[in-house]
Design a protein around this ligand. Sequence first.
Ligand SMILES: Cc1cc2nc3c(=O)[nH]c(=O)nc-3n(C[C@H](O)[C@H](O)[C@H](O)COP(=O)(O)O)c2cc1C
Length: 300
Amino acid sequence: MPKKILVTYYSQTGQLEEIMKNVSEVFRNHDEYEVTYYEIRLKEDFEFPWKPEVFYDTFPESYLQEPREILPPSEEILNTRYDLVLFGYQVWFLTPSIPVISFLKSPYAAKILGQTAVVTVSGTRNMWMLSQDKLKIHLNRLQAELVGNIALVDRHDNYTSVITILNWLQTGKKEQPRPLPPAGVSQQEIDQCGKFGVIIEKYAAHGNYEGMQKELVSHGAVEVRPFLLKVETVGNKLFTVFSRIIKRNPAKRKFWVGVYKFYLMFAIWVVSPIVLFFYTLLTPFFLKKRKKQIENYQGI
Ligand SMILES: Cc1cc2nc3c(=O)[nH]c(=O)nc-3n(C[C@H](O)[C@H](O)[C@H](O)COP(=O)(O)O)c2cc1C
């Protein structure tokens, strides 16, 4: 009997879809596996490219993990027990995206993921760490067994990637005007991520994933920048405040979303460089703590 692999993802731009197809390629090429793709679809999807006013307006529900209705997976998917699920997701506002949350909160998730080995694969700008923690809460609740994690990011500096991703999401064009680099995860990395599938397959063949995460990390599957963890931690605190204010004031939603947008730009362009300066200055005093953070987020 061939082992059954489910590859599940949501993708607006096609980036995560390409990543998932490449990671799972090795399984398609082996007779010992049967691969099924399941694309999470919202009943009413978000428009891409994004209109700026819709983009920022999506923040509160995204951050508060409010689900929308999704189209049900096929009966065949719901009635199959998979040996391994490759679970692709992206981050929206420091939280797994609304479509992904909608799936995780749907009745289908427990059926598909319960008691099943799961490898998470994310394709984000660069702030995925606390979202992975949020995702893990859902995976635990669903009794899924997290066995590996691949976190692909834009490896350019934090400021370049902000400019390019906002351009990309609002124009639909990954290529950017010179001298900016293309937005998102580099094409070279996307093209090469079949190597992660080859590693996963070795372990999937025996159904024993001991040591797999270490091997994935040694091949570049997870880069951790402790400074970004700091930004995410502070960001989550402020996002909690903003999301509550916006939800409590529906009549003044437009105004408060505007304040949030202003705050976001101020934090990125003014506060974060100052914090980065002091953070770098203090590095020698916090070497142990930061090493621990790297180990934690490179693990599962
Ligand atoms: C509304 C929205 C918010 C986003 N917020 C974040 C974020 O907080 N952190 C991050 O690293 N990437 C963020 N991204 C980028 C996505 O994680 C993802 O890389 C990008 O949208 C590619 O889309 P795809 O995976 O749907 O193809 C955001 C994207 C969108 C559309």
